[in-house]
Design a protein around this ligand. Structure first.
Ligand code: WTA
Length: 641
């Protein structure tokens, strides 16, 4: 498969970009010609950011799995689609060719069908990183069910919230998952969440860890038993269900600055085009290469760059079950060497963590197969960029710094590997179809440069690209308010950025109350709600602070009226509460007990001050005269951790 839409030079990039802005409909219809449609579109794009209403490829019909699987079979059926590397290096890896994957997805569609799953039903998938997770995702897409994958680190309560919000009646899970030296009892977590969700009709359980599980009669079935039933049916083919371009493909929950996580909705055609287009261009994928994205499919990066983007492009996607530091900190490099990976795409937090182990884990690992290194999820600091460049890329591999979000479906701002210029810590230029703009608090475009010679402002997008979110599940108003109401006629990203004279962007981080902990998005309000559930806690305020490995750490200020005989024990109790309510990823790194919080006379917490104290900048707290009780600041300062 060659890609007619692959940009091969900087000049080609410039002309593609210009065309995408001047004639977006023509530009994207040409790209769309490279896909398999049951029926083509009547109109390419119709949109407004007021409602918002965005439709791409109106009235076109397709099924994304015919693009990810069927269309590759004739010429590339025996090419590896997924190479799976298990958690434990002593367990054998698995290779699924396109033929194999097609067969297994079709088989599993029958399982879903036999268990009553129909087009439009919501299916929650809570699994570890095994090939069956990709199979489950694709089978949902093929049958037209809307998948909602929940990362295996979330708690029973988080799953229950998501099940209720999506009104999901079906769950696909496993007995457990292996992660490093841990075994996560997935089914048992699901069981706890189902106490609150009696509407769930079926739970399909894969055997992976042999962790003991309780199977409830009539509700819970084993994946393997269901497959056996399909095997006796003869022909395993399951015709892909015809979907409208704008039918919902999946929901993925993500954190915002307020309240509970919201279900970001992506639709079939636009998401397919955008993930494939960006995969082929940003990574400059060449047929036959092995693409190793280290993300978990529970996050958007795994959806777009392990499953949909690579498979639609007919690529070989390497999927890893474990973690970078187990059994030792050489695990990634061992995998690159073993499977001759050409691309590695990971998070800055992983790079920083591996850096801290020094160079010994690299000894004896042949990394010469690598052509390209990528990062995603958070700003990459220059030190980590250089380490990656020198020690992993041996100075010869381009690095792509890809900026994007759950809501954007796939990359928006990134250099194209080896084709457009790279610059350490800068995401650089927008992809064709992406029109970024920096604005001030009132939404006016920034036209004056700062002292450092760059424009600085809040990052927005002026026009839709095919992969933009369409709504937040069950609550369109929330989508409007969150993304389209801050600034008129703009999509607001929540990020701040710098821009230089050449139009390069450097993303500086969130400007809202969202934290980025090891590349995971967590809302401060969410963490506060969880802390406040602990019975001795009166009130809390959570801010982020710079953390060497995680990028940001969680700093919680807590007013406690229970007995505080042993502060450390109480800290552990509060952390345990957060783990139960959200999941271990949201546990505070630091908890400081305070007698009051700095509030304005109208009762608003002055987070600016708390952030400064958490950052250790206690000498320069700015104006505190508007505080109701300025003395609390001294107390907090003196007892800062
Ligand atoms: C941050 C992950 C700097 C950003 C794909 C964004 C980045 C949030 C980068 C989205 C990058 C992502 N440089 N910051 N290359 N990539 N971010 O939804 O703050 O999990 O808003 O999507 O991560 O996180 P999400």
């Amino acid at each position: 498969m060659s890609y007619s839409f692959q940009i091969k030079s900087f000049d080609e990039y410039k002309s593609a970009y210009q065309r995408s802005v001047e004639e977006p409909e023509l530009f994207w219809s040409e790209v769309a010609e490279n896909f398999h449609w049951r029926k083509k579109w009547d109109r390419v794009l119709d949109w407004n950011f007021v409602e918002p209403k965005i439709t791409w490829f109106q009235n076109a019909k397709l099924n994304i799995t015919e693009n990810c699987l069927d269309r590759h079979l004739k010429t590339n059926g025996s090419d590896p689609a997924i190479i799976w590397e298990p958690n434990d290096p002593d367990e054998h890896h698995r290779i699924l060719t396109y033929n194999d994957l097609h067969f297994k997805v079709n088989q599993f569609c029958h399982v879903l069908n036999n268990n009553g799953v129909k087009k439009g039903d919501r299916v929650c998938i809570y699994m570890g990183m095994v090939p069956e997770l990709a199979i489950a995702v694709l089978a949902c897409a093929r049958i037209g069910a809307i998948h909602s994958v929940v990362f295996g680190g979330f708690s029973a309560q988080s799953i229950a919230d998501r099940l209720q919000d999506a009104k999901a009646e079906f769950i696909i899970t496993a007995d457990g998952a292996f992660r490093g030296n841990k075994e996560i009892p997935l089914k048992s977590v699901i069981d706890q969440s189902l106490v609150q969700c009696p509407f769930v009709k079926k739970v399909i359980v894969l055997t992976r860890t042999r962790t003991p599980v309780s199977m409830i009669k009539g509700r819970d079935v084993w994946w393997e038993d269901e497959l056996k039933k399909v095997e006796t049916m003869g022909n395993p083919d399951f015709p892909a269900v015809e979907m409208d371009a704008e039918d919902e493909l999946f929901i993925l929950y993500t954190s915002g600055s307020t309240g509970k996580p919201k279900g970001v909705v992506h639709t079939c055609a636009g998401y397919m085009i955008w993930t494939t287009y960006t995969f082929v261009n940003v990574f400059q994928y060449q047929k036959g290469e092995v693409h190793f994205c280290t993300a978990d499919i529970g996050w958007i990066t795994g959806h777009s760059y392990i499953v949909y983007g690579p498979l639609s492009a007919g690529a070989t996607s390497l999927m890893f079950e474990g973690i970078p530091t187990w059994p030792d900190a050489g695990r990634f490099w061992e995998i690159v060497d073993k499977h001759k990976a050409n691309i590695i795409y990971t998070a800055p937090t992983a790079i920083r963590s591996l850096m801290s182990f020094g160079l010994d884990p690299l000894i004896g690992k042949n990394l010469s197969s690598l052509r390209l290194l990528g990062t995603v999820g958070e700003p990459i600091n220059e030190e980590a960029w250089k380490w990656y460049h020198e020690n992993i890329g041996k100075g010869k591999c381009p690095i792509i710094d890809t900026w994007w979000q759950t809501e954007t479906g796939a990359c928006l701002i990134s250099n194209l590997a080896g084709v457009t210029p790279e610059r350490a810590s800068w995401a650089t230029l927008p992809l064709p179809g992406v029109q970024p703009i920096l604005v001030d608090e009132r939404g006016n475009e920034i036209t004056e440069k700062g002292e450092d010679g760059n424009y600085k402002g809040n990052l927005c997008l002026k026009a839709p690209w095919p992969g933009i979110l369409r709504t937040t599940y069950g609550d369109h108003e929330r989508c409007r308010v969150n993304y389209f109401a801050t600034y008129k006629d703009l999509y607001f990203t929540g990020d701040g950025a710098l821009k230089d004279d050449f139009g390069n962007f450097r993303i500086t981080g969130r400007v809202d109350d969202v934290l980025n902990i090891s590349g995971h998005r967590i809302g401060t309000a969410e963490v506060e709600n969880a802390i406040n559930m602990h019975n001795g806690v009166v009130e809390s305020a959570v801010v982020g602070y710079p953390h060497d490995i995680k990028g940001q750490g969680i700093y919680a200020y807590v007013i406690y009226n229970g007995k505080l005989d042993d502060e450390n024990l109480t800290r552990q109790d509060i952390s345990a509460t957060v783990s139960k309510v959200i999941g271990a990823i949201a546990k505070p790194d630091k908890i400081q007990f305070v007698s009051g919080l700095p509030k304005t006379r109208s009762g608003k917490i002055m987070r600016r001050i708390l952030r400064k104290i958490a950052e250790g900048e206690i000498s320069n707290l700015g104006d505190t005269t508007t505080l109701l009780d300025p003395t609390v600041v001294d107390e907090i300062k003196n007892r800062a951790i």
